[in-house]
Design a protein around this ligand. Structure first.
Ligand SMILES: [Zn+2]
Length: 261
């Protein structure tokens, strides 16, 4: 959870409304000594060629904000309702060391503002509200491994309907981090990653086996939850992946060396 004052939140949403149908951008600054409070929103020009679908912050503005030591977040808007980071947003935010925020406008719902980034605390596993890319099935598996095992799986920038575009979000990452597939005859262990095909010709859903016959998972547009695995496995299960014993240490080391993304 990223805390900002109501005044800063209002300033960001007002900027987003005024700028629609173009994307707007800016930064949240805090105190220069990094202590809590004193937040303010500083809007800046969007330099992108096509401002209705993208944003670009002036490099010298950004350099100044970073050099000030007061940069708390980088913000832009989605005036057309995409309620989650785009693939490009995920690619750029992955390189950053401050949270990113997105103000979402759509004609039906109230405007929203959310922040994400690995520097923020992991949200509780259950009852998460779905949000593509940051509160979806793979994000839950990734958060679980980060919190329970200290293993940071890649962020994997992805489109909202990635499995229809040939993006292999789940399997490739797991193979890269020494997860192996194993047969259905072996009993499951907590932390095993289950891969599902839910109404799709390819793997498009994942969950974590958490023991006691339960799978922790996050379906699109539902709250994250634990379910009895049996029926799920029977209907949708494609494969089970387990971290190779002894693999964790080397994976964690490679992350420390900067290979984690
Ligand atoms: Zn965006």
């Amino acid at each position: 959870m990223f805390e900002i004052s109501p005044a800063v939140r209002d300033a960001i949403l007002d900027h987003a409304r005024q700028g629609a149908p173009e994307e707007v951008c800016g930064v949240v600054l805090g105190r220069h000594d990094g202590t809590e409070g004193g937040d303010r929103y500083v809007p800046c020009a969007n330099l992108a060629a096509d401002r209705t679908t993208s944003f670009e912050i002036d490099a010298s503005f950004m350099a100044q904000a970073r050099a000030s030591g007061a940069l708390r977040a980088i913000v832009h808007s989605h005036p057309h309702g995409l309620d989650g980071p785009s693939k490009t947003d995920m690619e750029q935010a992955a390189e950053d060391d401050v949270p990113w925020g997105i103000a979402v406008l759509d004609p039906v719902h109230r405007p929203k503002l959310f922040f994400w980034g690995d520097m923020l605390p992991v949200a509780p596993y259950e009852q998460r509200v779905f949000r593509h890319g940051i509160a979806d099935c793979y994000a839950l598996v990734r958060d679980w491994y980060r919190q329970e095992r200290g293993l940071v799986l890649p962020l994997t920038p992805r489109d909202p309907d990635w499995w229809t575009k040939g993006q292999r979000v789940i399997e490739d990452n797991l193979h890269r981090f020494d997860f192996d597939a194993f047969g259905d005859s072996e009993p499951l262990q907590p932390g095993d990653v289950l891969l599902f095909q839910v109404g799709a010709p390819t793997i498009n859903h994942t969950g974590i086996y958490v023991g006691n016959g339960l799978v922790l998972h996050h379906l699109t547009n539902r709250l994250s939850r634990k379910d009895v695995l049996g029926p799920w496995k029977q209907k949708y299960h494609a494969r089970t992946m387990r971290l190779r014993p002894g693999a964790l240490q080397s994976a964690v080391q490679s992350i420390a060396e900067g290979d984690g993304r």
